[in-house]
Ligand binder design. Structure first.
Ligand SMILES: Cc1cc2nc3c(=O)[nH]c(=O)nc-3n(C[C@H](O)[C@H](O)[C@H](O)COP(=O)(O)O)c2cc1C
Length: 200
C-alpha cells in the first residue's frame, strides 16, 4: 500500500468489533508515528495509550450516563484502544529558549507563539498514526476532546501544560454497523476549489 492508497482508503471508522489489538501493535504504530517533523526537532509530542481499563476510564470521564443513552455511535465505545497525542507546551518554550532559537523570542512564554507548534506537531503525529492504522488494515477515528481535555488530563496524570487536540480510536472495524457522520454527506470539494495557483 502506498501513502496515496492509505489517504484514499481512509474513512473515519465509528464502530468496532470487541477484539483486542495484538501484542505490540500499538507500540509499533507509535514508534513509527513519532517520526513526523517537529518544530526545532523538539520531539515534544507524547502519546497517552489506553486499552482495557484505560478505555473504560476514558469513556467514564468523557461520556456521562445520560449522554450515553442516545449516543449516535455506540460502536465507538467498543474500540479496544484509544491514543491521545499530547503536545508538551513547556518543551517547545524551553527548546526555543536555547541559543540557536533565542532570536525567535518564542522561548519567553507560550503566549509569544503566533502558532502553537505543540498542536501542529500533535496533529502531524495524529495523521501519521491514522495512515499507519489504515496500512495495517485496521480502522480508526479521530474525534474531538471538546470540553473534556482538562478532565482527561487529570484522570490520567498528564503533566500540566500538555495540550491535546483529540483522541484516536483504533481497532477492527465492525463493517455491518458503520454509521457515517452527517458531515460525510458534504462530499469532497473539487481540486479547483482548493488549489490556488500563483494567486488566490
Ligand atoms: C479536528 C477534527 C475533529 C473531529 N471531531 C470528530 C468528532 O468529534 N466526532 C466524530 O465522529 N468525528 C470527528 N471527526 C471526523 C470527521 O467528521 C471526518 O473526518 C469527516 O467527516 C470526513 O469523513 P472521513 O474521515 O470518513 O473521510 C473529526 C475530524 C477532525 C479532523
Amino acid at each position: 500500500m502506498t501513502v496515496a492508497d492509505a489517504l484514499h482508503d481512509r474513512r473515519s471508522c465509528r464502530s468496532f468489533i470487541d477484539r483486542p489489538l495484538g501484542p505490540g501493535i500499538l507500540d509499533n504504530l507509535i514508534d513509527k508515528a513519532r517520526r513526523t517533523p517537529t518544530a526545532g526537532n523538539c520531539q515534544g509530542v507524547e502519546f497517552l495509550v489506553l486499552e482495557g481499563d484505560g478505555v473504560t476510564a476514558y469513556w467514564d470521564t468523557t461520556l456521562s450516563a445520560a449522554r450515553r443513552v442516545n449516543f449516535p455511535w455506540p460502536g465507538l465505545l467498543s474500540a479496544p484502544a484509544l491514543v491521545i497525542p499530547w503536545g508538551l507546551t513547556g518543551r517547545y518554550v524551553a527548546r526555543y529558549a536555547e541559543d540557536d532559537k533565542t532570536q525567535t523570542g518564542l522561548g519567553d512564554s507560550s503566549e509569544a507563539w503566533p502558532v502553537p507548534y505543540w498542536l501542529t506537531d500533535a496533529a502531524f503525529a495524529a495523521m501519521a498514526l491514522q495512515l499507519l492504522v489504515v496500512e495495517l488494515g485496521l480502522g480508526c477515528c479521530f474525534f474531538g476532546l471538546f470540553e473534556h481535555e482538562e478532565a482527561v488530563a487529570k484522570r490520567f496524570g498528564v503533566p500540566d501544560g500538555a495540550r491535546a487536540l483529540g483522541s484516536i480510536a483504533i481497532g477492527y472495524p465492525d463493517e455491518r454497523a458503520q454509521r457515517p457522520s452527517g458531515s460525510v454527506d458534504r462530499g469532497r470539494r473539487p481540486l479547483s476549489g482548493v488549489l490556488h495557483r500563483n494567486s488566490w
